[in-house]
Design a protein around this ligand. Structure first.
Ligand SMILES: Cc1cc2nc3c(=O)[nH]c(=O)nc-3n(C[C@H](O)[C@H](O)[C@H](O)COP(=O)(O)OP(=O)(O)OC[C@H]3O[C@@H](n4cnc5c(N)ncnc54)[C@H](O)[C@@H]3O)c2cc1C
Length: 305
């Protein structure tokens, strides 16, 4: 799990609890690329992008997937960063109608022309966008702004140290296996009703406020009383919020064999079903995590060591 540098609240807590962090190595020149039946290293692809044999247009030759993507997207990101509050809303108005695919295919970017099918395919495969091409361009822009500029970090000793650091203050109040079933709001308080997942015993807790952080997709199944304690637009957002499917799988090996291949952090990329694989550094970890992002009808996969 990579913590992007713009997750300011997370970093406030990291500092508050005195936790150590180290950079997450997102990419290295040694990472392996295996696509279109061609196996190479990133440093070779960066010098010679046509080694992967994508049928790009002549003016796109000698440009990597990231370079091409940034030609179209970086000017928009730079514009947002000049004045994020004002400019995000302008960008939303301008690009609301584009999917990721139609943006790459039809938006006349700074380079002077939209991209060829070959270039779009190369970006989709190498930048892990293949399962997201029908999704909103603006959603992908939010996710992929990191491709343009962000640094990532990990908590030394494991990211679990962050939730564990809260324990001394909240341990007594944590209840496990409770599925919230109902929220009842009063003038001066709120009661959360829940059901124990194994015993099916009902349980409730009352307080001044409730911070509800379950995803909207499951909040849809929770009763709320009175109904108008959520605004009309909040109900609409709860109903309409959509999620892409994404899963992470951990596989443990006896040894960190990838390090013998020169993979010290960074990732491997392939158009085989395993898709993206990230090698984690630090500790004695010998685990491999597989993480794949899937959106029907297309499938894109990422893997994390
Ligand atoms: C495969 C994958 C990889 C990711 N990698 C990264 C990464 O590298 N860096 C990054 O910053 N982000 C990453 N993310 C995104 C990150 O995991 C999410 O943004 C984050 O977990 C959202 O936190 P949350 O608390 O809002 O929701 P969640 O983490 O989904 O927590 C919601 C909780 O609510 C509980 N719940 C649901 N219904 C009920 C109910 N009725 N009653 C009680 N509890 C309920 C669930 O069990 C869950 O524990 C990744 C996500 C996925 C899926």
């Amino acid at each position: 799990m990579r913590i992007p540098e713009y997750h300011y609240l997370v970093f406030e807590y990291i500092h508050k609890f005195g936790l150590q962090i180290h950079p997450f190595i997102n990419e290295t020149p040694e990472e392996v690329i295996y696509v279109n039946g061609v196996k190479t290293r990133a440093r070779i692809y960066h010098r010679q992008p046509d080694i992967l044999q994508y049928p790009v247009a002549p003016h796109e030759a000698w440009k990597t997937a990231k370079h091409l993507f940034n030609l179209a997207v970086k000017p928009i990101v730079d514009f947002i960063n000049k004045d994020p509050i004002r400019n995000w809303s302008l960008v939303v108005k301008r690009f609301d109608k584009y999917s990721m695919y139609t943006f790459l295919k039809f938006y006349p970017h700074e380079f002077g022309t939209p991209f060829s099918e070959g270039a779009i395919e190369m970006m989709a495969v190498l930048l892990d966008l293949e399962g997201l091409m029908e999704e909103s361009f603006l959603d992908i822009l939010r996710i992929n702004m990191p491709l343009v500029q962000t640094r990532f970090y990990q908590i030394t000793g494991g990211n679990a140290r962050l939730p564990e650091a809260f324990l001394p203050q909240v341990q007594e109040d944590i209840v496990f296996q409770q599925r919230m079933s109902k929220i009842v709001q009063y003038k001066n308080g709120v009661t959360i009703h829940s059901i124990h997942q194994s015993t099916l015993e009902p349980y409730s807790v009352t307080g001044d406020f409730a911070i509800v952080t379950i995803p909207f997709t499951v909040l849809r199944f929770v009763e709320v009383e009175p109904r108008d304690s959520f605004s009309h637009n909040k109900w609409k957002a709860i109903r309409e919020m959509n999620f892409a499917i994404s899963t992470k799988i951990a596989i443990e090996f006896k040894s960190r064999f990838w390090e013998r291949e020169g993979l010290m952090g960074g990732k491997t990329v392939t158009d085989l079903p395993i898709r993206f694989t990230y090698a984690a550094l630090g500790g004695n970890s010998i685990s491999l995590k597989r993480f794949f992002c899937k959106r029907e009808p297309k499938v894109s996969d990422s893997t994390v060591f």
